[in-house]
Ligand binder design. Structure first.
Ligand SMILES: CC(C)(COP(=O)(O)OP(=O)(O)OC[C@H]1O[C@@H](n2cnc3c(N)ncnc32)[C@H](O)[C@@H]1OP(=O)(O)O)[C@@H](O)C(=O)NCCC(=O)NCCS
Length: 155
């Protein structure tokens, strides 16, 4: 597996993840472009490694490091793994790598939102030490509620 930060050439891979992993693509192309280009925003993609063949995207994670009154906050915007590569530890690996990047950028709290019925993602986050801190009513649309989950780093 190859893990690397995305460039603009990777937009088709990123778009594929959005379309195949979510019921509705949440981030239109201009937002994906911003994620790739903006300071403090990151897109990390995992690709199959097969010599002599074009690389194929397996999954990815999008995250930002933001300055808040409480200090630097790492926010995970999206993590996605194509169905055929699920349940092999890739989601956990992507999150761990993102945490390391955010930690090195100075963030000491990581935060994300997840749909209350997304059991796979909630279990993944809990397995990495994230805790539900808030319920966000109608966050994704009418009756589509979310949990905010956070993880604080020890000093
Ligand atoms: C959520 C998602 C990223 C998990 O990716 P993955 O590569 O399959 O996850 P992993 O194999 O690393 O699993 C790590 C842990 O997550 C949990 N988990 C993953 N899939 C699960 C499932 N279907 N049901 C319950 N728990 C699950 C387990 O605790 C698992 O640990 P274990 O294997 O030791 O039991 C993937 O299912 C996905 O892309 N879903 C669609 C997009 C999405 O909803 N993203 C999250 C919101 S942004």
């Amino acid at each position: 597996m190859i893990l690397r930060f995305a460039g603009l050439d990777d937009l088709p891979s990123l778009d594929r993840l959005e379309k195949e992993c979510f019921e509705y693509p949440r981030f239109p192309i201009p937002v994906l472009v911003d994620f790739i280009l903006a300071d403090g925003a990151y897109v990390l993609l995992a690709f199959t490694e097969s010599p002599g063949r074009a690389e194929t995207v397996m999954g990815g994670i999008m995250f930002v490091v933001q300055r808040t009154e409480k200090g630097l906050l790492g926010r995970i915007a999206s993590v996605s793994v194509l169905e055929e590569y699920r349940n092999q530890g890739l989601g956990r690996r992507l999150l761990s790598e993102a945490e390391e990047v955010m930690r090195q950028a100075g963030a000491s709290v990581f935060s994300l939102e997840v749909a209350v019925n997304n059991e796979a993602a909630i279990s993944l986050y809990e397995s990495l030490g994230y805790e539900i801190t808030e319920r966000l009513e109608h966050y994704y649309g009418l009756n589509e509620h979310a949990h905010r989950m956070e993880k604080e780093l020890e000093d």
